[in-house]
Design a protein around this ligand. Structure first.
Ligand SMILES: *[C@@H]1O[C@H](CO)[C@@H](O)[C@H](O)[C@H]1NC(C)=O
Ligand SMILES: *[C@@H]1O[C@H](CO)[C@@H](O)[C@H](O)[C@H]1NC(C)=O
Ligand SMILES: *[C@@H]1O[C@H](CO)[C@@H](O)[C@H](O)[C@H]1NC(C)=O
Ligand SMILES: *[C@@H]1O[C@H](CO)[C@@H](O)[C@H](O)[C@H]1NC(C)=O
Ligand SMILES: *[C@@H]1O[C@H](CO)[C@@H](O)[C@H](O)[C@H]1NC(C)=O
Ligand SMILES: *[C@@H]1O[C@H](CO)[C@@H](O)[C@H](O)[C@H]1NC(C)=O
Ligand SMILES: CC(=O)N[C@H]1CO[C@H](CO)[C@@H](O)[C@@H]1O
Ligand SMILES: [Cu+2]
Length: 575
């Protein structure tokens, strides 16, 4: 294994290649490079209810906002001044041919150890709108995250009138206890990870929480003006409803991709998703609450049922009385409210141009998403349901992270780290969404198995939720790609009947899709980005239980269809 450490490639050549490739071939105007420094350290955040230390970037919670234009390059020098391992993921960036900077620990890189450094060089391509960055190591992302805003590169402009101002709205989750200890504790007990104590909007729980009224986030607006809210659900474990009292929102983008405009009174946004929203200050001058709380549909699963608030306030010099309006949010478990909202999503098709959906499918995949229960191996009963231990799986394989990154193992041909036999279909067919599931199906197998995709394969992947243990809305995020959501529904997917209902004209293009509780979605993408790409549920508890899998997309034949060389400073797992 010492072999890995001693191979030192210089990445200069590869950077020249990728940079020139992009400069020559992208349709965008001259690109800029933005330099940032991320110092990872433990800091107390005094405005929050406790003075304990949390893991931060540059001492901030949420972390700094990065800004760029379409096609720019972002260089982030990470210095780990904490006692924790860390990696960074640029959520929504495709990282074309360059999985090395994608970030998930033990998938594309080994973690940046305490006292170590690593520089991420993130080349944007066609991403535009709001995406975000977050840690992809243990539970660090709970506090280590921030917006990544990508503006149109002139002469290109927004597909809507330029807003008066743009405001990031980062929704987070807050624990009084140390979040970094949550995954180990959950692993030890076999039960649910500790529930949070609050949600936060731009770092503050707001007025309904005992000790944060003073710092509650306030957005001051001028009457008649339109604002672009750049919203990110950075929460660990819950889908969220969100609304602003008496103000309609217009959804114009999602996951860093513009979409057909949707007017709505409330949103459902899953962890991992980001949304671009226009609001117009067209109500009587006064003070209005924005509020967010959980959409939680899993039967029997505990959840943080608190509500985070922030304020929208009209700037006015006259002495108009101030009213405090509170928005109406759907009930916690209202799946219909979620479906009614998400079923409206459509691609923005300009001048009748169809969305670029793969039409001829050569690779059909069906993956089940399950929460599982295993027999407890300790003498004491485990803390999961029925005294058992929780796990989770994709196609009955619970992902086991290796101790060397999969990408390095692949690139340097290190045997024995993973196998290439991730199942294309469930190995056992059953009524996935039946009310009662046979006990034999509660458990799962474990493994580090990857799904190999030929370069340029036209993939249709059906993500099938199951009712094993408890069904839930699983927000599935695919790294390295965006995909078209061509269909979705409840119950078991049926190729013959459901395919007839597909939208192949203007299906929404996303990077994180909510797979409905006891339902399915069908997504399509062209496997034209070689690399090792993680796909996982963005509910952290499901991810730590193993609801993750990895696609190995092979290189193409041409020079510009291959993975670039690894950076010379890539952190090593072995010394
Ligand atoms: C939230 O959960 C707590 C603890 O389970 C419970 O006591 C409380 O009534 C719940 N509140 C609401 C609004 O559902
Ligand atoms: C789990 O335990 C039950 C009884 O407690 C037993 O019937 C079953 O065979 C066990 N399953 C496995 C996979 O060991
Ligand atoms: C599967 O289970 C659901 C829920 O119990 C039921 O409505 C449906 O008819 C079942 N499907 C089949 C094919 O048995
Ligand atoms: C999943 O794998 C476990 C362990 O091999 C097995 O007991 C179980 O029956 C499998 N379930 C399904 C649905 O394939
Ligand atoms: C990839 O597939 C498209 C059709 O979907 C085809 O036009 C193109 O030539 C293919 N490229 C390669 C390199 O195979
Ligand atoms: C940090 O990463 C190193 C290298 O992969 C690993 O050996 C170590 O166990 C990790 N530490 C923690 C606390 O996970
Ligand atoms: C300069 C600095 O803050 N260094 C920190 C690096 O991380 C270690 C923990 O491993 C701290 O002890 C150092 O203070
Ligand atoms: Cu999930």
């Amino acid at each position: 294994m010492g072999l890995i450490g001693s191979i030192g490639f210089t990445s200069k050549l590869s950077w020249l290649l990728i940079c020139c490739f992009l400069v020559v071939f992208t349709p965008f105007s001259a690109t800029k490079t933005h330099h940032h420094s991320f110092v990872v350290k433990l800091r107390p955040i005094s405005r929050l209810c406790s003075s304990k230390n949390i893991l931060t970037v540059n001492g901030k919670f949420p972390g700094p906002t990065l800004e760029a234009q379409t096609g720019d390059r972002i260089i982030v020098r990470v210095i780990n001044k904490s006692k924790y391992n860390i990696t960074f993921h640029w959520h929504g960036v495709k990282q074309v041919r360059n999985p090395w900077y994608d970030g998930p620990e033990y998938v594309t890189q080994c973690p940046i150890l305490p006292r170590k450094k690593f520089t991420y060089k993130v080349q944007l391509t066609n991403e535009e709108g709001t995406i975000w960055w977050h840690a992809h190591s243990g539970w660090a992302r709970a506090t280590v995250h921030g917006p990544l805003i990508i503006y149109p590169a002139p002469p290109s402009t927004y597909p809507f009138p330029k807003p008066h101002a743009q405001i990031p709205i980062v929704i987070g989750e807050w624990w009084k206890k140390d979040v970094m200890e949550i995954p180990d504790n959950a692993k030890r007990s076999g039960g649910e990870p500790l529930l949070s104590d609050a949600y936060t909007i731009n770092g503050q729980p707001g007025y309904l929480y005992p000790c944060s009224k003073k710092g509650t986030f306030e957005l001051t607006v001028e009457h008649g003006k339109t604002y672009l809210l750049r919203m990110i659900n950075a929460v660990m474990d819950e889908d969220l409803f969100f609304a602003i009292a008496k103000h309609e929102m217009t959804l114009v983008g999602k996951d860093g991709i513009y979409m057909k405009q949707i007017k709505t009174d409330y949103l459902m946004i899953t962890p991992g998703q980001s949304m671009d929203l226009l609001i117009t200050a067209n109500q009587a001058p006064g003070t209005y609450f924005m509020a967010t709380r959980s959409y939680s549909s899993a039967f029997g699963a505990g959840f943080d049922n608190s509500t985070a608030t922030a304020i929208l306030k009209y700037s006015t010099k006259s002495s108009i009385p101030t009213f405090h309006f509170f928005p109406t949010l759907p009930p916690y478990d209202r799946t219909e409210a979620t479906t009614d909202f998400t079923k409206q999503f459509r691609s923005l098709t300009i001048n009748g141009r169809r969305a670029d959906v793969p039409m001829k499918i050569d690779t059909r995949l069906l993956f089940t998403l399950s929460v599982n229960l295993l027999n407890c191996s300790t003498k004491k009963p485990c803390a999961g349901a029925f005294g058992k231990r929780f796990a989770a799986s994709v196609n009955n394989v619970s992902f086991v992270a290796p101790s060397l990154s999969l990408l390095e193992a692949y690139y340097y041909k290190v045997a024995g780290v993973f196998t290439r036999d991730f199942p294309k279909n469930p190995t056992k067919k059953f009524n996935y969404t039946a009310e009662v599931i046979p006990e034999a199906f509660l458990s799962t197998s474990f493994g580090t198995r990857v799904m190999v995709l030929e370069y340029n394969a036209s993939v249709e992947l059906v993500l099938q939720g199951t009712n094993v243990v408890a069904s839930d809305n699983h927000p599935v995020h695919l790294h390295g790609y965006s995909f078209y959501v061509v269909g979705g529904g409840f119950g078991n997917f049926d190729l013959k009947t459901d395919m007839k209902q597909y939208n192949l004209v203007d299906p929404p293009e996303e990077t994180t899709v909510g797979v409905p509780k006891n339902g399915w979605v069908a997504i399509r993408f062209k496997a034209n980005n070689p690399g090792m790409w993680l796909m996982h549920c963005h509910l952290e508890r499901h991810q730590v239980w193993g609801m993750s899998m990895v696609f190995l997309v092979k290189n193409g034949h041409a020079r510009d269809q291959k993975i670039v060389r690894p950076p010379h400073d890539l952190p090593k797992c072995y010394h």
